[in-house]
Write a protein that binds this ligand. Structure first.
Ligand code: MF3
Ligand code: CO
Ligand code: CO
Length: 272
């Protein structure tokens, strides 16, 4: 019989075995590959439901994996597409992307029982300088967070680093949504806040797998839910941007399980 109980930290956070970490690496790589696959299709005129269909078919037929969002708590599609002032959880539909839009595509796949969760911003045609700067700052906010990830560090320190960076750029961090532990579950403990103070929150340990996924608004941090029950938008209608990676802590460092080829960021950050 296989291991009957999941190892936990003293905080009740599930820890992954080396075998489980290997499965997380596979799921993470597949999720990243979906974003690489969809990139050439993100062009003016395409509808978000066409992007959903392309990703769905790729995940199911090419990767032999499962799109985790589909039917998750009633979500009707296989990816999330969040355009311009949409913050997250946008539902793909008949909206056509147009020149100058910025769109987040959030992909989560399940392979061999384990989840890989990642998102990135796409620029449609040529967005404004302001929009492109927001997109870049949001990506750097994710990297700032990843660079803080070390065994022994508390989650408050990661949140603070992200918040300080974002606010110094004149932008705000959304509070209502956070990163999360991930594994056999889509959303496991702990919650990974993108704001906070050091010496608060749980302490990181090798074997933990979780996401960081800051949502950065050009205006105020406040958000509201649309009547569709899913789409989150900025209250002040300012633009919003988000990037997400799934990470694993090992004895040696932090691995970015969903890193893409195009990224100028190390797949493994080692500490001594
Ligand atoms: N992928 C999102 C996350 O990063 C969750 C989407 S849930 C859905 O946690 F139901 F909207 F798909
Ligand atoms: Co996530
Ligand atoms: Co996600």
């Amino acid at each position: 019989m296989k291991q009957a109980y999941q190892r936990m930290t003293r905080w009740g956070i599930p820890l992954k075995t080396p075998e489980e970490l290997e499965k997380m690496r596979v799921a993470g790589r597949l999720a990243a590959e979906v974003l690489e696959f969809i990139s050439p299709y993100v062009q003016p005129g395409v509808t978000t439901e066409e992007l959903d269909r392309l990703c769905h078919d790729y995940i199911v037929n090419v990767q032999g994996a499962v799109p985790a969002p589909l039917n998750y708590k009633g979500f009707p599609k296989s990816i999330c597409t969040s355009v311009n002032h949409q913050v997250c959880h946008g539902i793909p539909g008949n909206r056509q992307l147009k020149n100058g839009d910025i769109v987040n595509i959030d992909v989560t796949v399940i392979k061999d029982g384990f989840h890989g969760d990642t998102s990135k911003m796409f620029c449609v045609g040529e967005p404004s300088i302001k929009a492109k700067r927001l997109v870049q700052v949001a990506q750097e906010a994710l990297y700032v967070g990843i660079r803080e990830v070390k065994a022994g560090v508390d989650l408050g320190k990661i949140g603070q680093a992200i918040q300080q960076y974002v606010e110094a750029q004149g932008y705000s961090v959304v509070r209502e949504f956070c990163g999360h532990g991930i594994g056999r579950g889509f959303h496991e403990e702990p919650q990974v806040l993108h704001y906070g103070k050091p010496n608060t929150g749980i302490i990181l340990e090798p074997g933990m797998t979780f996401t960081i996924e800051p949502m950065v608004n050009a205006g105020k941090r406040h958000v509201k839910l649309l009547p569709d029950g899913w789409t989150v938008v900025t209250k002040d209608h300012s633009l919003s941007a988000q990037w997400e990676h799934t990470l694993a802590l090992t004895e040696d460092g932090v691995e970015v399980l969903t890193l893409r080829e195009e990224e100028e960021f190390p797949r493994v950050l080692r500490w001594d």
